[in-house]
Design a protein around this ligand. Structure first.
Ligand SMILES: [Zn+2]
Ligand SMILES: [Zn+2]
Length: 267
C-alpha cells in the first residue's frame, strides 16, 4: 500500500528535476520554489483525498454500468484490437474531461472550486466524468492500464517546468506549453486550453490558444485566494469570509499564483 503515492512522487522527482534543470521553460525557477512545504501538503493530503474519491467513483461506475450497458456491448468493445481501443478510450475520456472542465470554468459556483489550486471536489468530479467511458464501456484491463499510465505521465509532464514544444504534434496532444497557458493569467488565455490530453479538442470547440514563439510570463488568478491548504479547501464554500477567519500575511496578500513564475527572462 502506498496511499500517498510516495513511489510515484519519488520517481517523478528523479525524472523531472534534471529535466527541468536542462530544459526549463522558466530556467530561473528553483527546485524548491517559495512555499514548497505548502506544495508538499497539497501533494500528499490532497492526492490521497482525490484517490479515495476517485476509487469510490470507479466502483460506482462499474456497478451502474453492469445495470445499464449490455454485457454483449462490453464484450464487443473489449474484443476490439488494441490500436482501436487505446485511441478510443483516450478520445472518449478526454471529451468528458474537456466539457466538465469547461463547465467548471463557466458556472460561477463551480468556478469557486476550480479556482482553488486542485480542489478535491473539482478533481473528483472532472476526472470522475472522464472515467465513465473508461470503466463503463468494457475496455480491456490492459487498455485501461495503458490509459492510466499515459494519463498520469502526461499530466505530470504538462505541469512541469519543461520546455518541450511537441512540434506539429502540439495540434494533437496537450503539451506543457499548451497547458501552461491554461494556468496563466494572461487575458487572451482566459478560459482556453481545457483539454487534458488532446489539444485538438480545443481546436474543435474553439478554445485553442497557443501563440507561436510566446510563453506565459505570469500564472494564477486575478482574484484573492488563500494560499494554505485548509483555507483553500474551504474557500469554495465560504468565499471571502475565509480571509477573516484565517488571517495571515500571505493569505491577505491577495493575488495568488498557482505556479509562481519568476520575472520574464530577457531572451
Ligand atoms: Zn481549469
Ligand atoms: Zn493544470
Amino acid at each position: 500500500m502506498d496511499p500517498f503515492g510516495l513511489k510515484v512522487i519519488f520517481i517523478t522527482f528523479l525524472v523531472f528535476v534534471p529535466l527541468e534543470r536542462l530544459f526549463g521553460m522558466h530556467p530561473q525557477q528553483k527546485v524548491f520554489r517559495r512555499d514548497w512545504g505548502n506544495d508538499v501538503i497539497f501533494l500528499l493530503l490532497n492526492g490521497m483525498l482525490i484517490k479515495l474519491g476517485l476509487l469510490a467513483v470507479i466502483v460506482g461506475i462499474i456497478f451502474s454500468a453492469a445495470w445499464i450497458v449490455p454485457a454483449s456491448f462490453q464484450a464487443m468493445v473489449g474484443g476490439l484490437p488494441y490500436w482501436v481501443q487505446i485511441p478510443a478510450v483516450i478520445v472518449l475520456s478526454d471529451l468528458g474531461f474537456y466539457w466538465t472542465h469547461r463547465m467548471f470554468h463557466a458556472v460561477p459556483w463551480l468556478w469557486r472550486l476550480a479556482a482553488t489550486r486542485v480542489h478535491p471536489v473539482d478533481q473528483i468530479l472532472t476526472k470522475g466524468v472522464s472515467l465513465i467511458p473508461v470503466f463503463a464501456l468494457g475496455f480491456s484491463e490492459w487498455v485501461i492500464g495503458v490509459y492510466a499510465l499515459l494519463y498520469q505521465w502526461q499530466s505530470i509532464l504538462i505541469h512541469s517546468n519543461v520546455r518541450v514544444g511537441f512540434g506539429p504534434l502540439r495540434f494533437l496532444f496537450v503539451s506543457p506549453e499548451f497547458h501552461h497557458w491554461h494556468h496563466s493569467d494572461h487575458r487572451e488565455a482566459r478560459d482556453r486550453n481545457f483539454a487534458g490530453q488532446l489539444s485538438f479538442l480545443d481546436a474543435l470547440f474553439g478554445s485553442f490558444h497557443l501563440p507561436r514563439g510566446q510563453k506565459p510570463t505570469t500564472y494564477g488568478l486575478d482574484q484573492p485566494m488563500p494560499q494554505r491548504y485548509l483555507p483553500q479547501l474551504l474557500y469554495p464554500f465560504m468565499g471571502d469570509r475565509i480571509f477573516r477567519i484565517f488571517q495571515s500575511k500571505s493569505d491577505t496578500a491577495a493575488l495568488a499564483a498557482t505556479m509562481r513564475a519568476p520575472e520574464p527572462a530577457a531572451e
